[in-house]
Design a protein around this ligand. Structure first.
Ligand SMILES: *Cc1c(COP(=O)(O)O)cnc(C)c1O
Length: 388
């Protein structure tokens, strides 16, 4: 263990099982550790650094804004915040945006909005939020309650009441759940990320959208991990032909600075009023300026390249020795390995490729602009690690 690793272990709360690597700098899809070892980054800080490390255009947008105003509070108007909200609405058909600082907070806002909408329209007892088993929605006490994985819940009781979980891809179970509770909203990830990169079936998502519409229940899509170009569409729901009432997003939106956004559709455009919600840092001009430089580059042409990279990954890995299955969409990929995933992960790392895991799968979330040659090089290392 290096001095830096020892220092960290001594003073940083032990909530993270860190990899034995201390990164000091990066450039695009490459990162270098304290010994100068080069790595290809197939994790992008868990889907955050959408255009890689130290991306020039993002840096320029951020530093220009830093030289003008770093923070104002939400008592004042600032241009990056307003422009980013406009862009997000234009590209999704949503009507308003609430900005926060993380995925959990983006979901908190979605949940609060659904609760208020239902309380005003259907009565104060109509507060239940339906989420899916095996989902992940965050680490706060409320978003933990939304998260449909028991192992995150143990020893943190009592969690916020008013959440029920139903199995993914089971339309009858969802119908049953909706009939048994007074439901304000249904919250789901189109691809369960932390749950093992498990895409939902189109017929299930479409049935959920139809049931929500029929029953005036809000359809809320958690796009924290799947959003901002990750699946080859701007948002993952766009692969499913549905229109959500609320979208939460974060991770890749800020390109590396903390930024969450909750996009509010027609039904809930005016649900939140002055004093209903807030965030000191939310909509920070530096974060928003960075996000604008990301969003503006997620063009149709660029997203088509993400799809090309998806094809390269799936054709390289599907059926390869030691690989039992490949799931996901775009540059969000789960790999079921024959060998224990920890072993594959370590072999990749030793050979200069940084990957992630999700449950018992290897998970890839490379920067969206990873060059084809580096992607190919990383895939060769991953294949070798799985096969050995
Ligand atoms: C990461 C994640 C969150 C939580 O985001 P934080 O920024 O860590 O609060 C919520 N939902 C999904 C789907 C995620 O992947």
């Amino acid at each position: 263990m290096s001095d830096l690793m020892q220092l960290d272990e001594a003073y940083v709360a032990g909530t993270y099982a860190r990899f034995p690597v201390a990164l000091v700098r990066g450039e695009g899809a490459l990162a270098y550790d304290e010994n100068g070892k080069r790595y290809i980054d197939m994790g992008s800080g868990i889907g955050v650094t959408a255009f890689g490390f130290a991306d020039k255009l993002w840096q320029q947008a951020v530093t220009e804004q830093l030289g003008m105003l770093q923070h104002t509070s939400n008592l004042y108007y600032t241009q990056p915040c307003a422009l980013l909200a406009q862009q997000l609405c234009r590209r999704t058909g949503m009507k308003k945006v609430f900005f926060s600082n993380s995925g959990a907070e983006a979901n908190e806002c979605a949940i609060k909005t659904a609760r208020k909408y239902a309380a005003e329209k259907k009565g104060a007892d109509c507060y239940t939020i339906v989420t899916l088993r095996n989902s992940f929605h965050g680490r706060t006490i409320t978003t933990l309650a939304a998260t449909g994985q028991d192992h995150y819940h143990e020893l943190f009781q009592p969690l916020t009441p008013g959440f029920v979980h139903t199995p993914a891809n089971d339309i009858a179970a969802l119908e049953e759940t909706l009939s048994q509770h007074k439901v304000a909203g249904v919250l789901l990830e189109c691809i369960q990320g932390e749950g093992g990169v498990v895409p939902l079936n189109a017929d299930f998502v479409q049935a959920a959208a139809r049931l929500c519409k029929e029953q005036d229940v809000l359809l809320m899509i958690d796009e924290v991990q799947t959003g901002n170009g990750r699946t080859g569409k701007l948002y993952a729901y766009m692969n499913y032909g549905v229109q959500p009432d609320i979208i939460s997003t974060a991770k890749g939106l800020g390109g590396g600075l903390p930024l969450g956004a909750t996009l509010l559709g027609e039904k809930v455009e005016f649900t939140l009023g002055p004093g209903d919600h807030g965030s000191t840092f939310g909509g920070n001009p530096v974060c928003c300026a960075g996000a604008l430089s990301i969003l503006n580059r997620l063009t149709d042409d660029f997203l088509a390249q993400v799809k090309e990279k998806e094809q390269l990954i799936f054709s390289a890995l599907t059926g390869a020795p030691g690989i039992l299955g490949v799931t996901g969409m775009g540059l969000m990929v789960g790999i079921q390995t024959e060998k224990p995933v920890a072993q594959v992960l370590a072999a990749c790392r030793e050979n200069g490729v940084l990957c992630l895991t999700a449950k018992d799968k290897l998970r890839l979330l490379p920067p969206l602009n990873i060059p084809m040659d580096l992607l190919q090089e990383a895939l060769d290392v991953i294949k070798a690690a799985c096969a050995q």
